[in-house]
Structures are given as C-alpha cells and as structure tokens.
Design a protein around this ligand. Structure first.
Ligand SMILES: [Zn+2]
Length: 338
C-alpha cells in the first residue's frame, strides 16, 4: 500500500503568472499513479500542519514569524525566483506537516511508503532564508524531527538541483546522511561539490554526486550501486526520505540532464532497498517543471515501489558522468582510510 498526501491548500501558494513552480504541477504529479494503474494500491493521506515546535527544529522561530507576517500582509517577491502569497504560510505548514503525517501513518503500519505531492518545495530553503522557490525545508523538518527521536535518517536527493538548504542544515549532524545527485557547473544553486563531505563532527555524512549536463540514467544507477549503497550500508538508516524532484528528466525546461521516467523507476527500486523495512520510506515532491514528464516519472517511480510494471519510457544511457562516479568512489575510500 502506498500513501499519497496532498491538499487543496497547496494550490493557494500563488507564484504569479509564468512561474515554472505553478499549482498545475500537483495535478500532473497526481495523475502519475492513475496513469500507472495503481488504483487500489494507493490510499490518500490527509496532511496536518506542522507545529511551531516541529518547524523550529530547523527554522528559528523569528524566521517563521517573519514569514507568517510577510504572507499575511499579502506576500510578494522574496528574491528573483522565490515568491510568497497570502496562502503560502498555510501551504508551507501543511507541506512540512505532510512529512509528519506520513511518518505517523507509516509507524501505525498503514503503508509501505508515502509520496507527498506538496508545494512549495523545500530543499533549497536555508534555516533562516527562503531560496529557489522554497520557503520551509519540508524534508529537513521531517529528518530533524526523526533524528530528535533517535532515528538515523538517510536523505536522498535526486532533484536535478543540489539541495543546498538540506545540506547546510545537516552539514555537521552525524544523525543524517545527506546524498545528492545533481547537475553541476554553472548551474543553480552552485553548491554540491564532490569535496563537500560534511563538517568536522560529520565527515562523510554529506555525499555529493555533481554530474555534468547531459548525464543519463546509467550513470545515476552506477552511482547508486557503487558509491551510495556502500555508504548507506555503513550508515545503517532507520528511515529513508527522498527529495524526489523530477527535473532531471530530459524534457525538463530548466535543466540539462537527460533522464527518462524509466530511469526514475530504476532509481526508486534501488532507493527502496536502502530502507531497513517496509514502511520507512517517504518521497517528498521537490522540482519537475514539464507536466507530462512529471506524470510519467511520478507514475513510473511509484509503480516501481509497488512492483507494478509501468514503464512509459526506456531507461537512458551513454551520457557523461562516469568519471564523477569514479572520483566519488575514490573519495569515499580515502575518507574511510582516515
Ligand atoms: Zn530542482
């Protein structure tokens, strides 16, 4: 059973005309399970709002209050990319709360995994600054609360952009292993270098896979098998959270990566194996700006979690990036030698 969380309030986060991170993305993402024919294997989960206490494990209370006031006053542009509207505060609390609701439902044994069709997305949001379409770092709130309860959390980020906010929040926190595969080199947000491995108390608990434009699915799978799997085996996560952006798809207008929905299915299958048992896997929607690619990629990745053979596109191969995997493997070996 797969739990899918969404809420009409997410559409009230209004980014204005022409913005790629638009409300219609959610409908496109939610068509995925239908297109994949998942039917009875999916159950809707109603998210609750995250509490101030839960949010404040990541964001200072004065930041949260300022954001609430900004939205209540009508919102507006925060930076060149990031906007809030009057509905963004409630949407944000629900987007972060969806993670808490999913964890609670999975702990009650109600599903094998959860997919959160939420917006605004979260992984660029820093503790004290909105960034890159993100206001509250949804996945970080879930990971921080799990860590507080003594859990060991793997955050795997396959969004095309580096999750700079998530990395910064857990930079020196050995309770959270942050793994990101992303496009790198003159590309937003510019962070996520291979040499960035975490702070002095958490060296190796950040693992970056900075891929060149044009990278294909075969390179992602190689990285998951040869670099990420051994790191996960050492870390022994008790929960697996995924920053599931779908903008690495070749049709995406914002990126230069060349994945297909078939690749997302293959990645989802591998990432599910990183969880210690069924019911310890939560996927948070991050980016993904081509509506058709969102539908097929969400559908294919969720179908893979349920072992349903839905593969609207073949896996891709032949792009650059194998050298990044080799360099990452060498670097893990040198970290372990210290
Ligand atoms: Zn992205």
């Amino acid at each position: 059973m797969l739990l899918v969380a969404t809420d009409p309030a997410f559409e009230q986060h209004d980014t204005g005309p022409g913005h790629p991170e638009r409300a219609r993305r959610l409908a496109a993402a939610l068509e995925g399970p239908t297109a994949a024919g998942l039917g009875d294997a999916v159950r809707l989960l109603e998210p609750r709002e995250a509490t101030t206490e839960e949010l404040s494990r990541v964001h200072p209370v004065d930041y949260l209050e300022a954001l609430e006031r900004f939205c209540a006053a009508g919102g507006g542009d925060i930076d060149g990319d990031t906007r809030a509207s009057i509905g963004s505060w409630r949407a944000g609390k629900l987007a972060a709360g969806a993670g808490m609701s999913a964890i609670e439902a999975l702990r009650r044994g109600e599903g094998d995994a959860a997919f959160l069709a939420v917006r605004p997305p979260g992984h660029h949001a820093l503790a004290n600054r909105p960034m890159g379409f993100c206001l509250i770092n949804n996945i970080a709130v879930a990971a921080a609360n799990l860590a507080e309860q003594g859990e060991h959390v793997l955050v795997l980020d396959w969004d095309a952009h580096h999750g700079n906010g998530t990395e910064a929040i857990f930079w020196d926190d050995p309770r959270v292993l942050y793994v990101s595969a992303h496009q790198y080199g003159s590309f937003y947000p510019g962070t996520g270098a291979l040499d960035d491995v975490g702070g002095p108390r958490a060296r190796g608990a950040t693992l970056n896979l900075p891929f060149p434009s044009g990278a294909t699915g075969d390179v992602y799978l190689k990285a998951l098998d040869e670099v990420v799997a051994p790191a996960v085996e050492e870390f022994v996560p008790t929960w697996v959270l995924v920053s599931a952006g779908y903008d690495a798809h070749r049709a995406d207008p914002l990126t230069g990566l060349r994945l297909s929905s078939g690749d997302f299915a293959d990645m989802a299958r591998r990432v599910a194996r990183f969880a210690p048992q069924p019911g310890r896997l939560v996927l948070f929607l991050e980016g993904g700006y081509d509506l058709d690619a969102l539908t097929t990629s969400v559908g294919a990745s969720l179908a893979a979690l349920l072992d349903v053979p839905y593969r609207p596109e073949e896996a891709t191969s032949g792009g650059p990036g194998a050298k990044v995997v080799e360099a990452a493997r060498d670097q893990r070996a040198s970290l372990n030698a210290i």
